[in-house]
Design a protein around this ligand. Structure first.
Ligand code: SF4
Length: 334
């Protein structure tokens, strides 16, 4: 157990967690909404510190990040827990905590994660698979050490962290993939038990802070796949910056969802809406029969990076630019 970094002591031994936009008020002996933070006699603890549930040296393309150190490995780590309740969660087995007695994990120190990342020749550490905000203390301590050792840090996140937690991790956070699930408050409230606006605010704030961001939208038939809604997401991102890569991901039935999988044509339609809105880099993923994962020069349309199933098969970027016309390619390149 580790005392939480961001909380307030309230009256009658209650505590107010300040980590994410749920801002839970937690009574003694109770857990927060995420199920991994507990009030013990007026002190808030993380129950998942040093409880690693998953660790893999993944291609950075798998996060997905396509414009951040392409072709490199990222040591990807997670604990149990999430602050969202998505009935279609693709990682529900480790994200949805039913009881504090289920909080298992391997005891691995932050220093060890960093040394293992270096030994595996990773260029970054990704806090991913579940929601890094809910294992903030573990991620923060690891990110600090990683940064000192020359590794980059990446959050793969639902973007629901509080402004305070984002500002605290910000100096160590180099990149993030933010899941923007919908452009509807109704969707966020009824389908994932959260709110849309904080996610939008955090995308703007991360961009302002200089964190390299890419955004993913899982397109689910009947829930968020109308052209009007996808167009609004694209226009919002374009207003923040046309340089933000947008990943359109096809949904497949998982967890409690019986909605049929997203068709390939819907992904292509969403990609076109993104381009029409002005976004320079729009990708389609989770489908296997079309080439929607290539990066093209935004000026001369020459292919810059080709990918197949999370592997970079060709990278023509030279000193951060297109070799044909010299146009700068947006991203963080080695
Ligand atoms: S991280 Fe979010 S969901 Fe978890 S206790 Fe804190 S405010 Fe609540």
């Amino acid at each position: 157990m580790k005392e939480a970094y961001l909380y307030e002591k309230l009256n009658n031994k209650k505590v107010g967690c300040r980590l994410c936009n749920h801002y839970c008020t937690i009574h003694p002996n109770d857990l927060g909404k995420c199920g991994v933070r507990k009030n013990k006699q007026g002190t808030l603890y993380s129950l998942v510190y040093r409880k690693l549930i998953s660790q893999n040296a993944d291609p950075i393309e798998k996060k997905p990040l396509f414009h951040f150190l392409p072709g490199t490995l990222s040591m990807s780590v997670a604990t149990l827990g999430c602050n969202f309740r998505c009935f279609f969660c693709q990682n529900y087995a480790i994200s949805q905590v039913e009881s504090e007695h289920d909080l298992y994990g391997q005891d691995v120190a932050p220093e060890k994660i960093v040394s293992q990342a270096l030994a595996a020749e990773c260029k970054s550490i990704s806090y991913t698979y579940t929601e890094p905000t809910v294992f903030f203390e573990y991620a923060y301590d690891t990110a600090q050490i990683a940064s000192q050792k020359g590794l980059k840090n990446v959050f793969v996140t639902n973007g629901y962290m509080s402004k305070k937690s984002l500002e605290m991790i910000g100096p160590y956070l180099d990149a993030a993939n933010v899941d923007l699930k919908s452009f509807s408050e109704e969707f966020y409230q009824n389908k994932v038990e959260a709110k849309l606006k904080p996610v939008l605010d955090n995308i703007k704030l991360m961009h302002k802070m200089g964190i390299w961001i890419e955004v993913t939208t899982l397109v689910i038939p009947g829930l968020n796949d109308s052209s009007a809604e996808l167009g609004k997401i694209a226009e919002f991102l374009n207003d923040v910056s046309p340089n933000i890569p947008w990943h359109i991901s096809a949904y497949h039935p998982q967890y409690k969802s019986r909605i049929p999988a997203t068709g390939e044509q819907k992904v292509k339609t969403a990609v076109n809406l993104g381009k029409k809105a002005g976004l320079k880099y729009v990708y389609g993923g989770n489908i296997y029969t079309s080439d929607l994962e290539t990066t093209y020069c935004c000026r001369c349309r020459q292919p810059l990076i080709k990918r197949t199933a999370f592997s970079v098969t060709a990278n023509h970027i030279s000193e951060g630019s297109c070799p044909s016309c010299g146009q700068q390619a947006d991203g963080i390149w080695e």
